[in-house]
Write a protein that binds this ligand. Structure first.
Ligand SMILES: [Zn+2]
Length: 107
C-alpha cells in the first residue's frame, strides 16, 4: 500500500509499507503534526526543522515541528517497534544539546 503525504509546499512524502496499517500509521502521524503550541497557545505559524545531536551513545537525528511565535519544538519520536509520534511542544533554551536524550517512546 502506498500513500502520498504533503508536509509543506515543497515537501511531499511517498510512504510505502508492506502492511497497510503501517502505511496508514505513518501517513496519518507525519501528515498531522501537533497544531497547538502549549507554550504560547499558537495554532499557526509552525514550520519543520531538523538537527543532529551527538551524545556518548551516538549521533541522533531529530525532526521537529517548530513554533514560529515562541520557538518551542515538537519533536518527532520513534517507537522502538517502528512508527512515529509527535512529542508535546517544549522549549529547549538553556539546555545543552549534549544533554538532549534520544526520544523515548510513549505508549
Ligand atoms: Zn509557541
Amino acid at each position: 500500500m502506498k500513500a502520498t503525504v504533503k508536509l509543506t509546499d515543497n515537501i511531499t512524502l511517498e510512504i510505502e509499507e508492506q502492511k497497510e496499517m503501517e502505511t496508514l500509521h505513518k501517513a496519518i502521524v507525519l501528515g498531522n503534526p501537533r497544531r497547538h503550541c502549549v507554550e504560547c497557545d499558537a495554532t499557526e505559524g509552525f514550520y519543520f526543522t531538523t538537527n543532529k545531536s551527538t551524545t556518548d551513545e551516538g549521533t541522533f537525528t531529530y525532526v521537529n515541528y517548530k513554533c514560529g511565535k515562541c520557538g518551542a519544538r515538537s519533536k518527532l519520536g520513534q517507537y522502538k517497534a517502528g512508527g512515529y509520534f509527535w512529542n508535546e511542544f517544549e522549549k529547549w533554551e538553556g539546555k545543552k544539546q549534549t544533554k538532549e536524550e534520544p526520544p523515548t517512546p510513549e505508549e
